[in-house]
Ligand binder design. Structure first.
Ligand code: SAM
Length: 280
């Protein structure tokens, strides 16, 4: 039976693509949630998780493995705090931007950074990490339980015995407005470039995933607009599923937080942050 639910169809993207090219836009298509060049403009000012991550990092003493580090929203404060960081991301451009930012730090801080262009399902660190951080839903890009298991086993192997894992994911909940389109804009004060971002999500309750189609349009003051069209999925993880997955992969759940102030997760929580220890 044809799917009658609203949502941006993949075919729509083909037409949109041709239309934009015809209009003189540079169009890039890809899989994955973010455009490295505009990640900081869109997400860079999110700081809620930083104090707890820093506290945990200081408690363990490092090194810290920042999984899916992106442009270094967490890596940079960790370096500033005097910690050694293994910054891991599958996207080379994200790592380049992070390195450009880290090179502005005092040389003694920059020196403590190791960049790893790797997939977290198969990660290797120069030496065992004391803390691994997988922030704000990054783990959910792993679209199947198999991939999530692979990643956890791989993270386990990168940690020292007793090493700690910080895993922050959203709590799946019924959301009547989930399928509604989302549109937002940002103005880059440094360049005057206007950024338009639109996304539409389709929830699949059988495979327990959110399927997202999004566009990011950059309108510079001068020159042609650039458009990025992207599709990706978020795999849902329910609290007990997360507990089982961690146990299964050799971790002991220390606590499941429901916010960045250290409160325990409960039915009102929007995010859940598992803090787990590697069993030796
Ligand atoms: C939402 S961003 C998070 C960036 C940063 N940790 C933060 O909190 O701002 C997710 C990042 O994970 C990376 N990523 C996604 N899947 C990955 C995988 N399987 N292995 C390594 N990195 C991955 C993406 O390239 C992206 O930079």
């Amino acid at each position: 039976m044809a799917d009658q639910r609203p949502g941006i169809e993949p075919e729509f993207f083909d037409v949109f693509h041709d239309l934009l090219r015809w209009g003189g836009c540079e169009v890039r298509r890809g899989y994955g949630g973010w455009v490295p060049e505009v990640y900081d403009l869109m997400e860079g000012d999110f700081e809620d998780d930083i104090p707890l991550v820093l506290e945990l990092a200081e408690e363990t003493g490092g090194p810290v493995l920042d999984l899916g580090c992106g442009t270094g929203r967490l890596t940079i404060p960790l370096l500033r705090e005097g910690l050694e960081v293994f910054a891991l991301d599958s996207d080379a451009r994200m790592l380049e931007i992070l390195d450009e930012k880290a090179s502005l730090l005092p040389p003694c801080d920059h020196k403590r950074l190791t960049l790893l262009q790797q997939d977290m399902r198969d990660c290797r660190t120069p030496r065992p990490a004391a803390l691994a951080v997988c922030s704000t839903n990054t783990f959910l890009y792993l679209g199947s339980l198999d991939d999530q298991r692979k990643a956890l086993r791989s993270i386990y192997n990168c940690l020292m015995p007793g090493g700690v894992l910080w895993l922050d994911v959203f709590v799946p909940k019924p959301n009547p407005s989930a399928d509604e389109p989302y549109l937002t804009s940002h103005l880059d004060p440094a360049t005057g470039t206007l950024l338009l971002y639109g996304a539409q999500t389709r929830e699949d309750h059988f495979t327990e995933r959110s399927l997202v189609n999004a566009f990011t349009m950059l309108l510079p003051r001068q020159g042609s607009p650039q458009v990025f069209l992207q599709s990706w999925t978020y795999a849902w993880l329910h609290p007990n599923e997360l507990r089982l997955l961690l146990e299964d992969s050799g971790f002991r759940l220390r606590t499941l937080l429901g916010d960045y102030d250290g409160g325990e997760a409960d039915e009102a929580s929007v995010q859940m942050i598992a803090i787990a220890e590697r069993r030796s």
